[in-house]
Design a binder for this molecule. Structure first.
Ligand code: DC
Length: 225
């Protein structure tokens, strides 16, 4: 069987990864795996079960009683946590922080990375996250690192959150959330947020989605697709 083509898109919160990854996958006719959604599901479970997010043994115990399933349906990826669809529930601002907290714990990362590699082994995929190019799939043939000015990233996150009905947040609340996650995601010891040496850097500040997609597509060598 031909080796699947994996396209890694990493970067901080709000850099435009998920929008770009989803549209890119649609254009290429392949699936999109949002790995952040997996950390979000674990964060949601920790919130709901009052698990100490700094305690590795407590999180491991929780994970042993958790069934996480990723499904690909006509509307994209669905996240099923203990038999319940939490695709929408994992998008809140509280869950964002919780996801960042639990993602710093090696036992959580080991489980989720194993699932991600297993999914990527079986099919062509665009994956977005923080450590896809550096740790999950270091041999991926295409790697991009998207970034943008923190204010612009917070503005995009705020728009997303407001569209989902979280209308009680100000721009400065979201700047705090994004900065908290930037700091924590890049300073954790295991697989921190970092540009892979062979990733192509795209600063999306001031660029339209179409412009970013154009830059990504220009780098994909057709003979390798
Ligand atoms: O991409 P996102 O904002 O949905 O991710 C939520 C959190 O999950 C993020 O703050 C850090 C963590 N994460 C990670 O550590 N590694 C990934 N590959 C994806 C997300």
């Amino acid at each position: 069987m031909k080796k699947p083509i994996n396209i890694a898109i990493d970067g901080p919160a709000g850099a435009g990864k998920s929008t770009i990854a989803r549209q890119l996958a649609n254009r290429l006719g392949i699936l999109y795996l949002d790995t952040g959604a997996m950390y979000r599901a674990v964060g949601l479970k920790a919130l709901r079960t009052n698990t100490d997010m700094r305690s590795e043994p407590d999180l491991e115990r929780m994970l042993n009683q958790t069934v996480l399933d990723i499904q690909f349906g006509p509307n994209g990826q669905q996240v099923i946590l203990d038999g319940v669809d939490v695709t929408d529930a994992i998008r809140s601002s509280d869950v964002s922080r919780a996801a960042s907290d639990v993602s710093a714990i090696p036992a959580v990362r080991h489980r989720l990375v194993e699932m991600q590699r297993c999914i990527a082994e079986q099919r062509d995929l665009v994956l977005d996250g923080r450590d896809i190019g550096t740790y999950v799939l270091p041999d991926a043939p295409f790697k991009f690192f998207l970034t943008a000015d923190v204010k612009e990233r917070a503005r995009r996150r705020l728009n997303d959150l407001q569209a989902r009905g979280e209308t009680n947040l100000s721009l400065s609340d979201v700047i705090d959330e994004v900065s908290y996650r930037d700091q924590q995601d890049s300073s954790r010891s295991m697989a921190p947020l970092k540009q892979a040496e062979d990733a192509i850097l795209i600063d999306t500040t001031g660029l339209t989605i179409e412009e970013v997609i154009g830059r990504v597509l220009a780098q994909l060598r057709p003979q390798q697709l």
